[in-house]
Design a protein around this ligand. Structure first.
Ligand SMILES: NC(=O)c1ccc[n+]([C@@H]2O[C@H](COP(=O)([O-])OP(=O)(O)OC[C@H]3O[C@@H](n4cnc5c(N)ncnc54)[C@H](O)[C@@H]3O)[C@@H](O)[C@H]2O)c1
Length: 279
């Protein structure tokens, strides 16, 4: 019988290290314990678009870590229901992220003192042909998917200090370039460019800015509107690992980028797509 790598190096198994997550040999990628980073307790975290989909998973993930989560959305019913279900340390405000004044008021009223993390998640992804796209459609999408990211960063950065972290959601569609999504893909390209330059600007203050680009994530809305059995087969063929992606798996990568574990990373894009595209 050969020895295990841990036996050969005399180092303790990972599960014996303080704070480590214990993984059984039969551990499944999809049904394991969530991470416990133990560093977000009582920290102020802001999340946009937290009432549905990936945003809800992000709100829940930070809340589970003990953070004070302030989230906004234009969907008042779902937002209030989530805040009520979570109870203490979850605060919801109904706003329209296309409106500067509403963003400024939301962030000014989000807790006291230092903001630790801002997650820009809210966006819309309409399928619309070039010939049918009006100036209003284009401007409206950019106001939601890109201008709002700039406004939240401007306001939140005023209350960020050393170790602050901004995480912006983009999309693998930027790498894929699907038809009838040119405005959406252009906004996501904008998010990537914005992230890179802002990382340089805020770096001297030790504030980090990174992007998470999800693959095709099985949110309620995606399942209802787009994910047919044949789309599922297409996704499974395209990804290196054929399992479908859950919103919670995106949220865990966002936690990582907001945590001290990623302190050497800024200006980066992380593709969370089970290997559909390679960055
Ligand atoms: N779901 C996917 O497969 C997928 C793939 C790649 C990237 N993404 C990105 O992940 C993020 C979340 O996507 P999702 O699928 O969870 O979306 P979703 O539609 O399920 O949720 C988005 C939330 O943003 C809110 N919102 C939209 N416009 C708003 C506005 N003007 N003001 C306030 N709130 C507003 C909506 O009400 C909604 O609650 C987006 O940035 C999206 O582009 C998602």
């Amino acid at each position: 019988m050969g020895s295990t790598p841990a036996e050969r190096t005399n180092s303790p198994p990972p599960s014996a290290l303080p704070g480590a997550i214990s993984l059984s040999p039969l551990h499944s990628l999809r049904h394991r314990q969530p991470v416990n980073l133990r560093e977000f307790a009582d920290r102020v975290v802001l999340v946009t678009g937290g009432a549905n989909g990936i945003g809800t998973a992000i709100v829940r993930a930070f809340h589970n870590q003990g953070a004070n989560v302030f989230f906004c959305d234009q969907d008042g019913a779902a937002g209030h229901a989530l805040a009520k279900a979570l109870g203490d340390r979850a605060s919801f405000r109904q706003i329209d992220l296309r409106k500067e004044r509403e963003i400024v008021r939301w962030i000014a009223g989000a807790g006291k003192g230092r903001i630790h993390a801002l997650v820009n998640n809210a966006a819309r992804d309409p399928r619309i042909a070039l010939s049918e796209t009006s100036i209003d459609d284009w401007d409206d999408l950019f106001a939601t998917n890109l201008r709002a990211y700039f406004l939240t960063c401007r306001e939140a950065a005023k209350r960020m200090q050393r170790d602050g972290s901004i995480v912006n959601l983009a999309s693998i569609t930027f790498h894929q370039g699907p038809a009838k999504m040119s405005a959406y893909v252009a906004t996501k390209g904008g998010v990537l460019g914005f992230t890179r330059s802002l990382a340089r600007e805020l770096g001297p203050r030790r504030i980090r800015v990174n992007t998470v680009s999800p693959g095709w994530v099985m949110t309620e809305r995606q399942l209802k509107q787009f994910v047919t059995p044949s789309v599922k087969r297409q996704i499974k063929r395209a990804q290196c690992i054929p399992d479908l992606i859950s919103p919670e798996e995106i949220a865990e990568v966002v936690l990582f980028l907001a945590s001290n574990s990623s302190r050497a990373m800024t200006g980066q894009e992380l593709l969370v797509d089970r290997g559909w595209y390679h960055s």
